[in-house]
Design a protein around this ligand. Structure first.
Ligand code: SIN
Length: 526
């Protein structure tokens, strides 16, 4: 094999909590593990941006209570088996991996106990956090542990282009009759400017989310839907893609990129109010400002469209002592202050923005996809845990549990996975010219507007039809462009973003029933 080949037992694409959980377990099971991430730094992931917390165990809490809360939030579309597994295994893994092994500095009370916070639709306080930067604390602690205690190789600035499959990338024409199989991925090294083959007996997609394909999102720059698109192109099934969760409260300010105001702010007592200071959530749901996210987001949207408001207010200052606000939410306090808003003295102007993909690559309860040797975990995967609407602070937990499960499954199936591994063909470069950044930028703007306006919080057949029409055209243009231009990270992401958008629009068009975060204004409610 040539120098453009990196071979491992387990290839993990992505570097958030699902990826790191899988990497740690796979390493401990004795495998040679390689992680590739497009980020310049390994911590560049969605996980690093999570504010609120991770579900643990509350006082008077039980597996049953947690399962009920997950099912209630999921609006009747949650897979009960996934909820059971996460409720049974999640809190134990939080203790074993996050608290005891990698020693995440979670916030503690004066007596040394873990500080428990609340978020929407949880029946007890059961969420642990590290101030308001929980994801960052988890991500950095896991990476530190991996660097200090393992020889897992992490390739940064390496972006996967496509999965390598038996059917698409091997010379033997009779492979087309075999069950589909994944053999790794073509990966573009951004610094070296070349494409390499990363081959592995097992490949795990843990590429995170897709928020960047919408105009307004809480997600970081890298959330361009890469894993969804790669899986789709390889012929792997995606499900529940219409269920795109909006976060109800992101900062509304002309210079802020939809900065997240954590749900735990409402969990600690903040109340949503109209711009003239009137609480409004009670008329939409008995849980008021702590109702499930889909309800809160649509209520805000309704207030805004009915009354012509540009935003609503989130009032914490009237309900929490200023010193406590600064201690509990230091990051949110500092960030809002930079934009001239002192949250200890005044309410925060907020609007909803895209936050999380509840659907994704269909997996079983062992993170296996329908393609042999291909696993998926975290936001890119769909175990069915989130149904039609995710319960707050369950995404990190899901990544932890199913990353770990993927590695355990690989171990169990190793005899089968290690047999008969055909070599895929090398990459052939067809790029003739440098891609024009102005075209890429314009296509991104077009995509984001289509998704926001036609595939957003409130959907109709007309809007979705228009979205599909426009996205198909854009997809065709960009596929042509992709085949002739030299590869860049921006071009790969654009190609993925458009395809992911198209998959979402089609799913939203096909499903005429409003449920959870998929709201069809023109058809019946469930
Ligand atoms: C938040 O802090 O509101 C985000 C937590 C989550 O999405 O689970």
């Amino acid at each position: 094999m040539g120098t453009d080949v990196v071979f491992s037992d387990v290839l993990i694409i992505g570097s958030g909590i699902a990826a790191l959980s899988c990497a740690l377990k796979a390493y401990e099971e004795g495998f040679n593990v390689v992680i590739v991430t497009k980020g310049k730094r390994p911590e560049d992931s969605n996980t690093d941006h999570a504010q609120g917390g991770i579900v643990y165990k509350g006082n008077n809490d039980s597996e049953k209570l947690l399962i009920n809360d997950i099912l209630n939030a999921g609006a009747g579309a949650t897979n009960p088996e996934a909820a059971k597994i996460v409720a049974q295994e999640g809190p134990n893994l939080v203790k074993e991996i996050l608290i005891d092994k990698v020693k995440v500095p979670f916030s503690r009370n004066e007596d040394g106990s873990l500080d428990l916070t609340e978020e929407g639709a949880h029946s007890v306080r059961r969420i642990i956090h590290a101030d308001d930067l929980t994801g960052r604390a988890i991500e950095r602690s896991m990476l530190k542990y991996i660097t200090e205690h393992t020889n897992i190789q992490i390739y940064t600035s390496h972006i996967a282009i496509d999965l390598l499959t038996l059917q698409h990338h091997c010379k033997n024409p009779i492979y087309v009759y075999r069950h589909p199989e994944c053999l790794g991925a073509y990966v573009y090294s951004i610094k070296e400017g070349k494409v390499k083959r990363f081959l592995a007996k097992a490949t795990v997609l843990a590429t995170g989310g897709l928020g960047q394909i919408f105009l307004h999102t809480t997600n970081p720059e890298g959330a361009t839907g890469d894993g969804f698109a790669m899986a789709y192109r390889a012929g792997v099934k995606l499900i529940n893609m219409e269920y795109i969760q909006f976060h109800p409260t992101t900062l509304y300010h002309k210079d802020a990129k939809r900065f997240l105001i954590s749900e735990s702010v409402r969990g600690e007592g903040a109340i949503l109010k109209t711009p003239d200071g009137k609480p409004f959530m009670e008329k939409y749901h008995p849980l008021g400002s702590l109702a499930p996210r889909d309800v809160v987001s649509r209520a805000i949207h309704e207030e805004m469209t009915e009354k012509g408001y540009k935003y609503v207010l989130l009032d914490l200052a009237s309900y929490m002592d200023p010193d406590r606000i600064k201690a509990r939410f230091p990051h949110i306090y500092e960030t809002c202050l930079k934009f001239g808003i002192d949250i200890t003295k005044e309410p925060i102007p907020v609007v909803p923005a895209v936050h999380f993909a509840c659907g994704g690559i269909k997996t079983n309860m062992w993170a296996e996809t329908e393609m042999k040797r291909l696993f998926a975990a975290g936001e890119v995967a769909c175990t069915g845990l989130h149904g039609a609407n995710r319960l707050a602070s369950t995404s990190l937990l899901e990544g932890l549990v199913f990353g770990d499960r993927a590695a355990r499954r690989i171990k169990k199936k190793w005899d089968e996975l290690s047999q008969d591994f055909p070599e895929p063909v090398p990459w052939v470069d067809t790029g003739e010219y440098e891609p024009d950044p102005a075209l890429i930028q314009q296509d991104w703007i077009t995509l984001k507007h289509i998704m926001w306006n036609y595939v957003g919080l409130v959907r109709t057949e007309k809007r979705l039809k228009r979205a599909i029409y426009d996205l198909r055209h854009l997809w065709w243009e960009v596929e042509e462009f992709y085949r002739k231009a030299k590869i860049t990270r921006q071009l790969i992401e654009l190609r993925n973003g458009i395809l992911t958008g198209l998959v979402i629009a089609r799913a939203a068009y096909t499903n005429r029933e409003s449920r959870g975060c998929h709201y069809r204004k023109d058809t019946q409610k469930n």
